[in-house]
Design a protein around this ligand. Structure first.
Ligand code: ARG
Length: 467
């Protein structure tokens, strides 16, 4: 076989050189260089499949596979400068050029029956599947940090808020675990997204399918896919698997943001429920007293960027005509950007949570007896009063306490009886005890100690099962 390395893959029909202005915007190597391992794996599997289909003889496919291995060794040792100096259009053309340098013109046979259109979707799916599994591990780490804290805070009581107004007492462990369950759902969604990405596009060619009888099931097995695509046009056109992962990432980012917001508020001097460790707080260049929760603010802020990547990609992908379109090249910018962002912020959040300490005294001090007004109404209900009436009666007591500027538990028995005889019969001290209030909520999912311990056990068991 003879021939020389082609300048561009599609050089044959063009006479002029590509305008530098177009080249600059068209080149994707600076982004898709991260797919080099996937590109090599896809190419090795393809060479074997071509041999199986009779499109390559054994010696050719062996030369290609050995050559690809050497290309892998070479790329594995490339410095940033070497990557920067490679002028290739994308990872596919780069690998083909390097393979040519290794084995000569037989390298050109690897392109038989395939197209960058099915290659890029295959490589991107492979990359996504591995990245999503790494992300799953990072989410599990954060869950372990939250559960670890919760184990030590079952006895700590703090206000549960609605509208950020003190509502009812809860166990601090209950608050911590509140942030564990959404992460399980994120991880379920991640597993779902991986399963839908694990469908092999290779064999779809440019749009109409491969004209050689390649064994696509073999390709799927070789590369770790669970199934093969049913329609070659769909396989090269659609990047819904990218959109889906971006959604999962954006939602996980928004869960981190909600956790971060709680921690930021609870670590203020006004609340003081938690204190961040020195390693996870930053100081101010001006104000010596400052301890800033930067990791949490970054987590809250980055959620904006993650949502942006999702929305941006959905807009790019909408309304494209069937078949590959260059618009699709941007999927990797969105995908890498989102996963890099979340992948960087998550360990910082996990470390902050793991190192954070609680001030049980400050948590308890924030529990005022007004938060037990519901419990007081419940006590009247226990005596046979309909809840709506009880709510009204306790409402009058709250009004009195506000007028007198005296907390509920400081009102005299006469003042209480003055509001309602039924109220006078209630054991006020018991009804207004936050410890009893949380213990009264013993149904599954509620904040009584036994229910919280059940929750801890369920979360811990699931985390251990997955290990
Ligand atoms: N770099 C391209 C991408 O990422 C590869 C596919 C190019 N296909 C084409 N027909 N020009 O989408």
């Amino acid at each position: 076989v003879s021939g020389s390395a082609p300048a561009a893959l599609w050089g044959g029909r063009f006479e002029g050189v590509l305008a530098p202005e177009l080249e600059r915007v068209n080149r994707s190597l600076p982004v898709d260089r991260r797919l080099w391992r996937e590109e090599l794996a896809v190419s090795v599997a393809w060479a074997r499949a071509l041999e199986g289909a009779g499109a390559l003889v054994a010696a050719e496919s062996a030369a290609i596979v050995a050559g690809l291995e050497r290309v892998g060794e070479r790329l594995g040792g490339w410095s940033e400068r070497e990557w920067a100096e490679a002028g290739d259009e994308d990872i596919h053309t780069l690998v083909e050029r390097l393979l040519f340098a290794e084995i000569g013109a037989v390298a050109g046979k690897m392109a038989t029956g395939r197209s960058r259109n099915d290659q890029v979707s295959t490589g991107t799916r492979l990359w996504l599947m591995a990245a999503a599994r790494r992300l799953d591990g990072q989410l599990a780490d954060l869950q372990r940090a939250l559960v670890g804290q919760a184990e030590n805070q079952v006895e700590t009581l703090m206000p549960g808020y609605t509208h950020l107004q003190r509502a009812q007492p809860v166990r601090a462990a209950h608050w911590l675990l509140r942030h564990v369950w959404p992460l399980f759902r994120d991880r379920d969604r991640l597993a779902d997204a991986i399963a839908r990405a694990a469908v092999l596009p290779l064999g779809s060619g440019a749009v109409a399918g491969c004209p050689y009888p390649v064994d696509r099931a073999f390709l799927a097995r070789e590369l770790g896919f669970q199934a093969i695509s049913e329609n070659s046009m769909d396989a090269v056109s659609d990047r819904d698997f990218v959109a889906e992962l971006l959604f999962v990432v954006a939602l996980a980012g928004s869960h981190l943001s909600a956790l971060a917001e709680d921690v930021i508020i609870f670590s203020t001097s006004e609340f003081g429920f938690v204190r961040l460790s020195d390693s996870y707080s930053t100081g101010s260049s001006l104000m010596p007293q400052k301890r800033n929760p930067d990791s949490m603010e970054l987590a809250r802020g980055k959620a904006g960027r993650l949502i942006g990547e999702l929305v941006g990609w959905l807009v790019t992908a909408k309304g494209l005509p069937s078949g590959y379109n260059k618009d699709l090249q941007d999927d990797k910018t969105a995908l890498f950007g989102a996963l890099d962002t979340l992948g960087a912020v998550l360990p910082a959040v996990t470390g902050t949570i793991r190192d954070m300490s609680f001030d049980a005294g400050a948590c308890a001090a924030a529990l005022d007896s007004g938060m037990l007004a519901t419990d007081l109404a419940d006590a009247l209900v226990d005596g046979g009063m309909p809840f709506r009436e009880a709510h009204e009666v306790v409402g009058r007591l709250v009004r009195l306490s506000e007028r007198l500027g005296s907390p509920l538990d400081a009102l005299s028995p006469d003042q209480v009886r003055g509001v309602s005889e039924a109220l006078g019969a209630v054991d006020l001290a018991a009804a207004l005890d936050p410890g009893r209030s949380v213990e009264r909520r013993a149904v599954p999912g509620a904040t009584a100690a036994a229910a919280v311990r059940d929750q801890l056990r369920a979360a811990g068991e699931r985390l251990n099962r997955e290990r």
